[in-house]
Design a protein around this ligand. Structure first.
Ligand SMILES: [Zn+2]
Length: 92
């Protein structure tokens, strides 16, 4: 339900989508900051653009954050209004 789950000892299975050779593919956090660091990335739920935030230090917690949040994304529990809708500036 959330990008970030506090109190979890193991790494979160976080994913986003990256545009690779014109195809959106689901990628992992490790890929997002590694081989696909330069690829456009979007939220798998609302398709709004996301970026990695957090420290690059080894073992620190990183997460995907929307460049521009909106209230129709279930992955933004703090803002979600209860009805999923596409991001107004969704990447296609
Ligand atoms: Zn979203």
């Amino acid at each position: 339900m959330a990008w970030q789950i506090d109190g979890m000892p193991s790494p979160d299975p976080q994913t986003c989508e990256a545009k690779i050779e014109d195809v959106w593919r689901s990628i992992s956090m490790a890929e997002a900051k590694g081989v696909y660091a330069m690829a456009p990335k979007r939220c798998p739920a609302c398709h709004g653009a996301v970026m990695l935030s957090g420290s690059y230090a080894e073992g620190s917690r990183q997460k995907f954050t929307h460049r521009k949040g909106h209230d129709g994304c279930p992955l933004l529990p703090a803002r979600f209004k209860g009805t999923a809708s596409p991001h107004p500036q969704a990447l296609v």
